[in-house]
Design a protein around this ligand. Structure first.
Ligand SMILES: NC(=O)c1ccc[n+]([C@@H]2O[C@H](COP(=O)([O-])OP(=O)(O)OC[C@H]3O[C@@H](n4cnc5c(N)ncnc54)[C@H](OP(=O)(O)O)[C@@H]3O)[C@@H](O)[C@H]2O)c1
Length: 301
């Protein structure tokens, strides 16, 4: 996507009323589950669907969940999120992250539902030295990023009312994620090595869901960036997890070359969230949200 067409994709329509009925696709994931919790707190009627009833690989199951329905908001939190796995099955990742999203968008349009769907900082190449703005050209360096970038351009060309939210480095008190993994490893190991040459924005899934709803209510349309504020490396994040939880584990910095992975990762993929902050207010620092999530994990131990 060119910068110009992406910029045209971001707009603000009239503020929207609280949705009456919401469908959450991928309700078992970090973001999907956060949405279900948020909607329950807000006393908004919602339905969550996940595999096998809802499967991004099966057009019939998508149609079954979305055709002739009366949701005013559909949140697509389902995706192929296995970044390394996408390298060996790019076709599968593309089916889930692009073609399925296009089918979901068309069904939303048929039923007059607004679609919120998620994309990633990995649509950017990661060779910048300042945060990526919404309008900057995408140029992914791995198969997952390419599948998401194609999904973005398909949605941008659709006439569906939608909010495409790029986010990054998502974690939650549940699911498989970096915060839970480091916390758990630090409980049994004296030392850990963590990469210090990739910079990004850690993002709490619960805060992401709440900010996404705020964008919807404020009338956001098109492509937006949402993450927690301030950037760091994985090493910085791991160091803060261990410091806050007072686990006696030393975190040592290393380079990505010490942990070769099937998919290349962007070295610098922080998102410029200033447009979102202008619309919905400050997004809060990653450290504040990290501490809340670590407290929540500790109480559920
Ligand atoms: N996690 C991150 O760091 C990150 C970063 C940037 C952007 N994002 C984006 O944020 C969104 C939410 O991801 P997340 O962080 O919540 O990831 P997640 O915890 O891995 O959840 C992914 C969800 O997608 C579902 N799913 C996977 N394959 C499916 C299929 N074929 N059919 C139906 N559902 C399927 C999973 O269901 P099962 O429980 O059945 O597996 C799960 O509910 C995604 O669009 C993701 O690309 C995430």
């Amino acid at each position: 996507m060119t910068s110009e067409s992406a910029m045209k994709c971001q707009s603000i329509v009239d503020t929207r009323a609280k949705p009456k009925r919401v469908l959450v696709l991928g309700s078992t994931g970090m973001v999907g589950r956060s949405w279900l919790e948020l909607l329950a707190q807000e006393q908004i009627e919602c339905v969550g669907v996940s595999r096998p009833a809802f499967d991004l690989m099966e057009p019939d199951s998508i149609a079954h969940c979305l055709k002739n329905t009366n949701y005013d908001l559909v949140v697509n939190a389902a995706a192929w999120t296995d970044v390394d796995g996408a390298e060996t099955d790019e076709q599968g990742a593309t089916r889930a992250n692009a073609h399925a999203v296009d089918e979901i968008a068309k069904l939303c349009d048929e039923t007059n539902a607004t679609l919120i769907t998620y994309s990633t900082d990995y649509v950017f190449p990661g060779n910048a030295n300042k945060s990526y703005t919404v309008g900057q050209a995408t140029d992914p360096i791995n198969a997952y990023g390419r599948s998401k970038a194609l999904g973005e351009s398909m949605i941008a060309q659709s006439k569906t009312s939608h909010i495409m939210i790029r986010t990054s480095w998502v974690y939650a008190p549940w699911g498989t994620n970096f915060v839970r993994t480091i916390r758990s490893l630090a409980q049994t190991r004296d030392e850990l090595k963590v990469v210090n040459d990739q910079r990004g924005n850690p993002t709490s899934a619960q805060h992401l869901a709440a900010s996404s709803l705020k964008l919807y209510l404020a009338g956001a349309q098109g492509t937006w960036h949402l993450s927690d504020e301030d950037e760091c490396t994985w090493f910085d994040l791991a160091t803060e997890i261990v410091r806050y939880t007072e686990l006696g584990c030393t975190i040592n910095a290393c380079g990505s070359d010490e942990y070769p992975r099937p998919a290349a990762r962007p070295a610098y993929s922080t998102l410029d969230i200033s447009e979102s902050a202008k619309l919905i207010g400050s997004l809060g620092s990653w450290k504040t949200h990290l501490h809340q999530v670590l407290d929540s994990i500790a109480t559920s131990d």
